[in-house]
Write a protein that binds this ligand. Structure first.
Ligand SMILES: [Zn+2]
Length: 339
């Protein structure tokens, strides 16, 4: 949860009881919205890692960004879909109890609704409409229209179209924010602008790396030491060969020494007689057929610069961050005509 929420809660409490209750209703609606995304994402086999709530509505972060259009279509609709469902149910209550006027005025009065039903109606209506009908990434509407388009023209192209639309939406929103003036609109415009560009980078990465395997990006030029090789000898050899990394095998375990991660301390001198393996970290090796995208995610998540590749206990090569970004670069050049 975002701390701004607690801060806003405190602020609302200062303003009085009605704003406080309204804020709690809005907050609950945002959480229910996010949970709907998460449930459908789980159902479609995506792992939902964390939910971050922001004042303009939550964003459910999934571990995997899916490029499966059907999955995204369902996941992106789930949130606003839930809000629309609540709106429909409350509207039905309004019809049966003769309170439709109260619900309509909760939308048009321009102030915080007095009744709890008005609050629920207003919160879910605004969240649903704003998220669904705004065709801007990373909002649900942007995702929904992108995945619809992707069914026709492919994911990368659809993303590019939606990025352009998002930038236009952000620009108009910012303009409206200045003219009205509305601080919130300006803030959301900046948010859309910023996240839409990140979205494109992510999809580009996914698109380029998911068709490559570890075998494609692996570097066969690397150093391997036995477990009892002394630190001094290993560092000298790395220095001579101008290499940053070494792989050390100990039984069935793999270790990696990374010059970049080595800190020179005052008492390092005394450690010259130690073994290289004492300064190495254990890593789980890759197999040659793994997808390069999975490896990228794994390395980013664990903060690794290098991972050995093995087959039947033998080290075949290493994958480094550089080898991945090189692959990305080449793929972009080679795919340029399709983009
Ligand atoms: Zn949503």
């Amino acid at each position: 949860m975002h701390f701004t929420f607690l801060f806003l809660l405190f602020l609302m409490a200062l303003l009085g009881l009605t704003p406080l209750i309204f804020f709690i209703v809005l907050f609950a609606s945002v959480i229910a919205h996010e949970f709907s995304h998460s449930i459908v994402a789980k159902y479609r086999g995506l792992e939902v890692s964390r939910i971050i709530l922001t004042p303009i509505g939550g964003i459910a972060f999934t571990e995997d960004i899916t490029t499966d259009a059907k999955t995204e279509l369902m996941v992106s609709f789930a949130g606003p879909g839930f809000n629309f469902l609540v709106v429909a149910v409350v509207w039905m209550w309004g019809v049966f109890s003769g309170n439709t006027q109260l619900l309509i005025s909760s939308l048009t009065a321009g102030e915080i609704p007095e009744s709890i039903f008005g609050m629920i109606f207003y919160s879910n209506f605004v969240l649903g409409v704003f998220n669904f009908f705004m065709p801007a990434l990373p909002l649900d509407g942007g995702r929904f229209w992108r995945s619809l388009l992707a069914l026709k023209i492919g994911y990368l192209r659809a993303t590019r179209v939606l990025i352009n639309v998002s930038m236009m939406v952000a620009f108009l929103m910012f303009l409206a924010g200045v003219l009205l003036p509305s601080f919130w609109l300006m803030l959301i415009a900046v948010f859309i602008y910023f996240f839409a560009s990140i979205e494109y980078q992510t999809i580009l990465l996914q698109n380029c790396l998911s068709s490559s395997t570890v075998k494609d990006v692996m570097q066969e030029h690397f150093l391997e030491f036995d477990e009892d090789v002394l630190f001094e000898r290993a560092v000298n050899e790395l220095h001579e060969k101008r290499m940053y990394f070494a792989v050390i095998k100990k039984g069935s375990e793999f270790f990696v020494f990374d010059v970049n991660n080595f800190e020179v301390l005052d008492d390092t001198v005394e450690l010259w007689q130690a073994k290289i393996i004492d300064f190495s970290v254990p890593v789980e090796p890759l197999s040659p057929d793994e997808s390069a995208m999975d490896v990228f995610k794994k390395m980013a998540k664990q903060g690794l610069n290098v991972v050995p590749v093995q087959s039947r206990g033998k080290v075949l090569g290493i994958v480094t961050r550089e080898s991945l970004s090189l692959e990305l670069k080449f793929k972009r050049i080679l795919n340029a005509e399709n983009e």
